[in-house]
Design a protein around this ligand. Structure first.
Ligand code: HEC
Ligand code: HEC
Length: 440
């Protein structure tokens, strides 16, 4: 009897130990060894926000860090009068509450655009802006949507008159850029004129063509100063340190197995991100972007024209009326190295898009240049499958991860969530009395 009891006792201990062993084994496959090798630790430190150099000056924009330009740009960013129908502002598609995106696949202003609104946060660090990098600075970028038919749908002449006639705006402009040019001669400076899409707005385009070169330059300079003020405001928008950064800081300080700050799933996701997932090949540095352009085989949007991405954007930025080397730039030519050495040819540019930074990426669904992928699950499935693109060559190879591993990578991306460093007052529309600024 006693032997029987002892035997069954021993059996249950054995079974318990076995179960514990099996559980441990399963756990070890889900959460591999917790310590980091010196090379892994170095890689993780390279993603730490503390290793981001301070934002340098923008030589092409003399007012980039001017507090008055920031205030002026703040108003312009939210003001819907800068549009063809009085209803569209930058903030329509770049809403502070959605981390400066709009939550839509394709952005909608006066029409529907062919791409998705990326966040403006952190873009002051990127040498090239837009999904295809067709602008080489924030001020030049801002001037694109304002004259695009599907976005603001207005013209630079209209905007110049608006500043001329709004006494508050005019005062702010003059304090920054000197005396406002006299635009009162209607024959020389019509109400609406600009190099807009002539098919959509033939009269506006024709009025622009009819103006003298000298007058056009006067108006384009006002227009570029609008962009420079908006850029000054945008430069405020930077991500604050995240939980991941606390973890990376501990690693940087020499602890190769920091505890508690990240969950085990988040740490496992980080391991995949810098390891077998190979995400780090493109999403690297403290902003998790290599600032380059790659084809990752993002699915084509049915019924839409093919989007060749960087192979066209690289030519556009060189030709751009408002780039770093243009007459409206405040930079010396030698300060425009990125533009002077831009790569314009090569198979690898076809179907390539800018590698987006991944800080706060959990807040900006849907994803990819035309919002093709609805959520992060879809993005992870995409990387797992590495589909063959319709044109060009994908840089990806299949990952063949288990579903729980894909989830762990998403968990890691959540560890990159943070607030912005800026005072929240800059995230609201400016106070009314200054002008009739919209509360969009
Ligand atoms: C109708 C919606 C819409 C409006 C209005 C709009 N944008 Fe955008 N914005 C977009 C879309 C879509 C893109 C991506 C376009 C592309 O890459 O071709 C974009 C791209 C950008 C980028 C580049 C981000 C990056 O990561 O490269 C910045 C910065 C930006 N917009 C700022 C502005 C500013 C400033 C204004 C106002 C002057 C503005 N936008 C008005 C939709 C809009
Ligand atoms: C070969 C370079 C490359 C690699 C490797 C890579 N990415 Fe990307 N990633 C990109 C590019 C380029 C885009 C934008 C593609 C587009 O718009 O069509 C992107 C987009 C994303 C987006 C969407 C961001 C947004 O704002 O829309 C996420 C999330 C992302 N990548 C995460 C990852 C993860 C996780 C991995 C590893 C499994 C990874 N990436 C590997 C280049 C890369």
């Amino acid at each position: 009897m006693i032997r029987k009891v002892l035997l069954s006792f021993a059996t249950s201990i054995f079974a318990g130990l076995l179960a514990f062993g099996v559980w441990q084994w399963i756990e070890s496959t889900r959460f591999p060894a917790p310590g980091w090798t010196p090379l892994e630790a170095l890689t993780i430190s390279s993603l730490w926000l503390g290793n981001l150099p301070p934002l340098g000056p923008d030589p092409s924009n003399a007012v980039a860090d001017n507090p008055d330009a920031i205030r002026f740009g703040h108003q312009l960013f939210f003001d819907t009068r800068f549009s063809g129908n009085g209803q569209v502002a930058c903030a329509t598609c770049h809403q502070p509450s959605k981390h400066f995106t709009d939550g839509a696949a394709l952005a909608t202003g006066m029409g529907i655009t062919g791409r998705s609104s990326p966040s403006i946060v952190g873009t002051s660090f990127h040498p090239f802006i837009f999904w295809d990098g067709r602008a080489d600075g924030q001020w030049a970028q801002a001037l694109g949507p304002m004259e695009s038919t599907a976005e603001h749908g207005g013209s630079r002449m209209q905007y110049a008159h608006l500043i001329a006639t709004d006494s508050d705006y005019r005062q702010q402009y003059e304090a920054l850029f000197g005396v406002f040019p006299d635009l009162s001669d209607d024959a020389r400076f019509p109400a609406r004129a600009g190099p807009v899409d002539a098919k959509a707005n033939p009269e506006v385009a024709a009025a622009w063509d009819a103006m003298s070169d000298a007058d056009r330059t006067v108006v384009s300079r006002i227009y570029s100063n609008i962009g420079k003020s908006i850029a000054a405001y945008e430069r405020l928008m930077q991500s604050a340190p995240s939980r991941f950064d606390q973890y990376a800081k501990e690693i940087q300080d020499g602890d190769n197995r920091p505890s508690s700050i990240l969950s085990r799933d988040e740490v496992a996701g980080l391991r995949l991100f810098i390891g077998d997932g190979r995400c780090i090949e493109c999403h690297n540095g403290p902003l998790l972007s290599n600032d380059s352009f790659h084809n990752v085989g993002t699915p084509h949007l049915k019924g839409k024209p093919f989007d060749f991405g960087r192979s066209i954007g690289a030519h556009q930025v060189v030709k751009s009326e408002f780039n770093c080397l243009s007459e409206y730039s405040d930079a010396e030519p030698l300060q425009c190295a990125e533009l002077r050495f831009v790569k314009r040819s090569g198979d690898d540019l076809t179907g390539s898009f800018k590698v987006p930074g991944l800080r706060n990426v959990t807040k900006t669904a849907p994803y990819m240049h035309a919002g093709q992928l609805a959520d992060l699950d879809a993005v992870m499935e995409h990387y797992n499958d590495a589909p063959v693109p319709l044109f060009g060559h994908t840089m990806l190879t299949k990952l063949e991860f288990e579903p729980h591993q894909l989830q762990q990578m998403i968990d890691f991306l959540h560890a990159l969530d943070s607030d912005l460093t800026v005072d929240p007052k800059w995230l609201r529309a400016p106070e009314q009395p200054l002008s009739q600024a919209s509360t969009q």
